[in-house]
Design a protein around this ligand. Structure first.
Ligand SMILES: [Zn+2]
Length: 102
C-alpha cells in the first residue's frame, strides 16, 4: 500500500507522514497536531532541527493554513519550541525502538 507523501514547508522535499510533524491553526494559535488527525489544513515539517530551527517564517504559515493574519512573533517562537520538543520526543522513541531491535 502506498503511503501518502506530504511536503516539508521548509526544504520542500516530499516525505511520508511518519517522518514529518503536522502543524494546524486553532483559534488563531499554532499547535503541533501530534496524532495528525485534527481537521482542517495542516502544514508539515521534517522532524529534524535543520527544517525547524530558525526556519519558520510567518508568511509560510499564513499561506499554507490560509490564515487571515500573519502569526505573531510569539506564536512563531511558541510553535518553534513545540516542534523542537516534538523532535526530541521522536528521537527518544527512535532510540528505544533501536534498542529493542538489537
Ligand atoms: Zn524538510
Amino acid at each position: 500500500m502506498g503511503r501518502p507523501l506530504r511536503m516539508c514547508a521548509v526544504c520542500r522535499k516530499r516525505a511520508t507522514k511518519d517522518v514529518l510533524l503536522r502543524v494546524v491553526s486553532r483559534e488563531r494559535e499554532l499547535c503541533v497536531d501530534v496524532r495528525q488527525q485534527m481537521p482542517g489544513r495542516g502544514v508539515y515539517f521534517h522532524a529534524r532541527r535543520e527544517c525547524v530551527l530558525g526556519r519558520l517564517k510567518p508568511r509560510l504559515f499564513k499561506a499554507a493554513l490560509r490564515m487571515s493574519d500573519l502569526p505573531s512573533q510569539k506564536a512563531l517562537t511558541d510553535i518553534e519550541n513545540e516542534l523542537l520538543a516534538a523532535i526530541c520526543v521522536r528521537e527518544v522513541e527512535r532510540q528505544k525502538a533501536d534498542f529493542k531491535e538489537r
